[in-house]
Each structure stands twice: as structure tokens, then as C-alpha cells.
Design a protein around this ligand. Structure first.
Ligand SMILES: [Zn+2]
Length: 96
């Protein structure tokens, strides 16, 4: 959620975390109760390039937009398929 800054005429600037577009243009200062106006400031985008932010972003995005897998699963390096049964009749069963 974005952080919105408000400027109180008596105190100073304080920040409130609200939902996107849910911040009113005017708010009540939590310290003195005076009406405070919302400040327009530059967004803090310096964290977007960090590995931690990319991990959080990809985890959040994968909940609604899972990555598309176009190839086979990565092999385990053994080459042969694992043996699930030693019964020779199971080899005659239809394969998916
Ligand atoms: Zn105040």
C-alpha cells in the first residue's frame, strides 16, 4: 500500500499508509487534531531494483498471474525415469 504524506500547519509532515486512491485530500492530524492537507511528493521507487523487492513483487504477482511453463520440467540429472514398481506387468499398463 502506498504511503501518503500530510502537512499539518501546527505540527509538521506525517505519513499515513492507505489503500491506493483511498487517501482523502484533507485529513485530521493524529497529534493535534487540526485539519491537514495531503502533500504531493515523488514516489519512493529506489527500492524497486533490490532483490528483496523483486522477490516480494514476483511472489505477489504469481498469486494472480502464475508464470507460464513452456518446456519440460528440469531433469534431475539421472537420465532414466525413476522406477516405481518392479512388477513387469505394470510396464504393460497404458501410459498417460
Ligand atoms: Zn498537527
Amino acid at each position: 500500500m502506498p504511503i501518503y504524506e500530510y502537512h499539518c500547519p501546527r505540527c509538521k509532515v506525517y505519513e499515513i499508509i492507505r489503500g491506493m486512491g483511498a487517501a482523502p485530500a484533507e485529513d485530521t492530524c493524529p497529534t493535534c487534531g487540526q485539519p491537514a492537507r495531503r502533500k504531493i511528493s515523488a514516489p519512493h521507487v529506489s527500492r524497486t531494483g533490490t532483490a528483496a523487492f523483486q522477490l516480494i513483487d514476483s511472489t505477489t504477482r504469481s498469486a494472480s498471474e502464475p508464470d507460464v511453463v513452456s518446456g519440460a520440467l528440469p531433469s534431475t540429472g539421472k537420465g532414466a525415469a525413476p522406477v516405481y514398481s518392479t512388477n513387469p506387468l505394470h510396464r504393460k499398463l497404458p501410459r498417460p
